[in-house]
Design a protein around this ligand. Sequence first.
Ligand code: AMP
Ligand code: GLY
Length: 429
Amino acid sequence: MARVLIIGSGGREHAIAQTLTRSSKVDLILCAPGNAGTSSVAENAGINIHDHAALVTLATERRIDLTIVGPEAPLCSGIVDRFEAEGLHIFGPTAAAARIEGDKAYAKRLMKRAHVPTAEGRVFERYNEAREYVATRDTGVVVKAAGLAAGKGVTVCPDPSDALLALEKIMVDQTLGEAGETVVVEELLQGPELSIFALVDGHTIYMLDSAQDHKQIGEGDTGANTGGMGAYSPAPIATREVLANVERHVLVPIVDALRGDGAPYRGLLYVGLMLTAAGPKVLEFNCRFGDPEAQVLLARLESDLYELLEAVVEGRLDQAEVRWNPKPAVCVVMASQGYPAQYETGKIIDGLDRAGAMSDVQILHSGTKRVGKNIVTSGGRVLGVTALGSDLADARQRAYAAVETIHFENAYYRRDIAEKALSPTQSTS
Ligand code: AMP
Ligand code: GLY
């Protein structure tokens, strides 16, 4: 029997832990640092995700067979390299391969080199040059800080004069610190967005079923970008043709290019795409599972997650088989009023047991902690209420029925999660 350590503390990590409880191969799950939700399916260890040395010690002392890294920051700072140097099994890319997320300038150059379709863009290290370039543009642009910026690095500017302001904030006022030392300016693309996930073991690529999140805080996909306010799987716009196109024109060439750079990719590769009139184009790569996309994808996974991730780490993904529950899943994120800006925490959450007992419903915790006998809010995104249903409309209804039984002061959630997947206009939204 295997012992697993999960690094992270969000809804994605709770979803991974919850899914591993269904594995016949796993008998111990540790979560560092975890949250109130993970503590009911795993043992929480109070170690910071950035403390590589303490995490190595934990994995060694607790005889961990496989470590799974949730968030991007430890991947980009080399936790996989560190674990591998100690001979420990860990799921995720090395720092060199994680640059595909951590350095958007590198990702852009790699895509160009590998002829992967993406927005036309240029990389700038000097403010004056970036400003001159933007000043010559008369169509919309997107300004992206090259480094990790916790979802705050992208400014979409339909009017190029807004881009001048964004450049000034990032490159002159340095509002994002080091992450904004280099900037990518690219053309503004139009079309519906789609996320594709693939397991990659260095050579073999195994595309997972599709999932789509809602990034914006407001209904109708309006307002500030967040980590994700909800998700659904599968995404109806991910047709067989689209998936085949992305595998052939994006995944195969990018995985080859990384290997060619001496940075073979092992882990989960997340491709953010826009389905433009000229075909799918890449917006970004992420080097880990999406949150809350993992909540809906993993709710539908019927295969043993431990076996799958081990197959990636051991480079034998070609022998793996992934089975999905055909029932669609919907996840509605309940957040603290004010997120993604200022919000209050420490609010007592009621109704969790009742909601969790509803059929085909899972309450996955993002920002929660235990205080005495209560579970209280401790973050912007608090819960991912996830339900399976006979179809997408049914899954949606079940998720919202569960949401309505949960209460905390100043709870905020969008009421239109997955609606765009149900409406006939979805392909143009
Ligand atoms: P990213 O983190 O690069 O995925 O960007 C965050 C969000 O900004 C995406 O989900 C899109 O909604 C939007 N975005 C990024 N790049 C572009 C682009 N070139 N054209 C239009 N929208 C974009
Ligand atoms: N939900 C978007 C992300 O995980 O990056």
